[in-house]
Design a protein. Structure first.
Ligand code: GLN
Length: 540
């Protein structure tokens, strides 16, 4: 019998429900339970694939090719277990299914309504992963804030499920804010009381309160929260601001969140969580022996959430090298031939980010030319790889006007062009090349040495690809295709033979980096940056 934990949010958004959910899951997993986390988002988009990164940050891609909320990235990074299409559901997807059924005549002449038809479909999806038999505990995070109009059907579905599942097989954790009023010098419980009241109006009594706060909750405050929100005092959990998201599982353990959850669900808590590896990682993260400066050239640099997985992959890759990675965000549009040297010369590595559309293209090409000519480690991801191809085509092979047809349809040299299977596709949602694909690494290449194996699987999200018509020319000039898709011959990795570290991949390695398994490309890129830092130090 699967146990269900629902996580709701109150008072404001951005309290970190994803991190709390992932931290609790980590603690339960570390006690030996099989846990998964799913996210239900109240917006009407079918998935976040069509959203601009400025809206909700990066779009995370799962092994099975779902375009999902970035919280799924946290789940994978914390648990080291892949998520799937079923782990992220939106209002849009729920309605799409109900409307499809209605057109198919499945409702037998009935009026189709939010209650029970939409709520039934929500409940069905909430139980899908539990019904698979693979998990003992399913944590469901509800996006949005309690009280929002659009969250209502989800809250109602949780109310019904709690009733159906019973008190020992489900529980509700409410994440809330306990603000500190500097003028009064006090923490305030009223917003929490109100948001719990709102939940109560919908028929849900939270079992546990997790309180985000900038100051420790004293006994008085805990007592007050317990009394006014009908929870046990030991179920008032403090979630104090942490220096790193990776501290949160340990903070939650200190507050005994996992123990309370287990006792409420009548699950045994005899094994203490085994967090030995997690603590080794944290120790390396907090006590680095080295430091490097790495530039991230992209077009959404004002909003770091747009590059969430890349930032986290650098944290994993840095910790594994006992190295602090200082990421410098560089807007691609700000780079031009006259300032590129001054902006990049002090860096020990440059990453050119994924992206869509022509904005900032020329700046990215300048950055790549500079690091290629100056032996600065370079890492290109997806669009970053395509830019490396265009730059090499133009500046080394002399292919004047070489470009990607995404940026310039009539380019005389379409070194990057639309993939065959993308031609004729009109819908933008869910139609890219998505999810994990095989890639064979050529023996003797840097890529093969870094991965230490000959076949890898990496996740994709793009429409364009390298134009194999130009492959011979590239290889002859030293740009080697070191990773090839065995099924369709697409080039997945390029590397420069005569450069200390110049590697570019058509896929997104950042999506597979976890605390337990830092991604080898990030680990080796940071190591290359450390070498560069030594060279720079010796020269000065
Ligand atoms: N815009 C490029 C493409 O669609 C690259 C996509 C990406 O960087 N994820 O192929």
């Amino acid at each position: 019998m699967t146990k269900y934990i629902f996580v709701t949010g109150g008072v404001t958004s951005s309290l970190g429900k994803g991190i709390i959910s992932a931290s609790l899951a980590k603690l339960l997993q570390a006690r030996g339970y099989k846990v998964t986390i799913q996210k239900f988002d109240p917006y009407i988009n079918i998935d976040p694939g069509t959203l601009n990164p400025y809206e909700h940050g990066e779009c995370y891609v799962t092994e099975d090719g779902a375009e999902t909320d970035l919280d799924l990235g946290h789940y994978e990074r914390f648990l080291n277990v892949p998520t799937s299409q079923a782990n992220n559901v939106t209002t849009g997807r729920i309605y799409q299914e109900v409307i499809r059924q209605e057109r198919a005549g499945a409702y037998l002449g009935k009026t189709v309504q939010v209650v029970p038809h939409i709520t039934d479909e929500i409940k069905r999806r909430m139980k899908l992963l539990g019904d698979s038999g693979k998990y003992e505990i399913v944590i469901t995070e509800l996006g949005g804030t309690v009280g929002d109009i659009e969250s209502l059907p989800f809250i109602e579905a949780v109310r019904q499920l709690r009733w159906e599942l019973g008190t020992h097989d489900s529980l509700v954790i409410h994440l809330t804010l306990v603000p500190f009023l500097a003028a009064a010098g006090e923490l305030k419980t009223k917003p929490t009381q109100h948001s719990v009241k709102t939940l109560l109006e919908y028929g849900i009594q939270p079992d546990i309160l997790v309180c985000r706060t900038e100051h420790h909750l004293n006994g008085e405050i805990r007592k007050k929260l317990a009394l006014f929100c009908n929870v046990n005092i030991n179920a008032v959990i403090e979630s104090i601001d942490a220096p790193s998201i990776y501290d949160v599982p340990l903070l939650m353990q200190k507050e005994q969140l996992d123990k309370i959850v287990l006792s409420k669900l009548k699950l045994s808590s005899k094994n203490e969580p085994d967090l030995a590896d997690w603590k080794v990682f944290l120790d390396k993260l907090k006590h680095p022996l080295h430091e490097v400066e790495i530039g991230l050239v992209g077009k959404y640099v004002e909003l770091p959430d747009a590059y969430k997985s890349i930032i986290e992959a650098f944290i994993h890759g840095g910790a594994s090298n006992e190295c602090k990675v200082n990421l410098r965000f560089i807007p691609a549009e700000a780079l031009n031939p006259s300032n590129v040297a001054s902006k990049l010369k002090k860096l020990h590595g440059v990453l050119v980010a994924p992206g869509f559309g022509p904005r900032g293209l020329e700046g990215k090409l300048e950055a790549i030319r500079y690091v290629r000519e100056n032996n600065i480690p370079f890492f290109g991801i997806c669009l970053g790889m395509q830019c490396a191809v265009v730059e090499f085509g133009r500046n080394v092979l002399g292919l004047e006007g070489a470009s990607s047809t995404e940026m310039e349809e009539d380019t005389p040299h379409p070194v990057i062009h639309l993939m065959e299977e993308q031609k004729g596709i009109e819908n933008t949602g869910g139609t890219m090349r998505l999810g994990a694909y095989d890639c064979d690494l050529l023996p003797g290449t840097k890529a093969a040495a870094i991965y230490g194996k000959s076949r890898i699987q990496e996740r994709h999200r793009h429409r364009y690809e390298f134009n194999n018509k130009y492959l011979k020319k590239f290889e002859k000039a030293g740009m080697r295709a070191s990773g090839i898709n065995p099924d369709n011959n697409l080039v997945e990795i390029f590397e420069l033979t005569s450069h200390p570290f110049f590697i570019a991949g058509q896929f997104h390695p950042e999506l597979k980096s976890t605390v337990a398994n830092p991604h080898p490309l990030f680990v080796s890129f940071v190591a290359a940056a450390m070498k560069r830092a030594d060279v720079v130090k010796k020269a000065s």
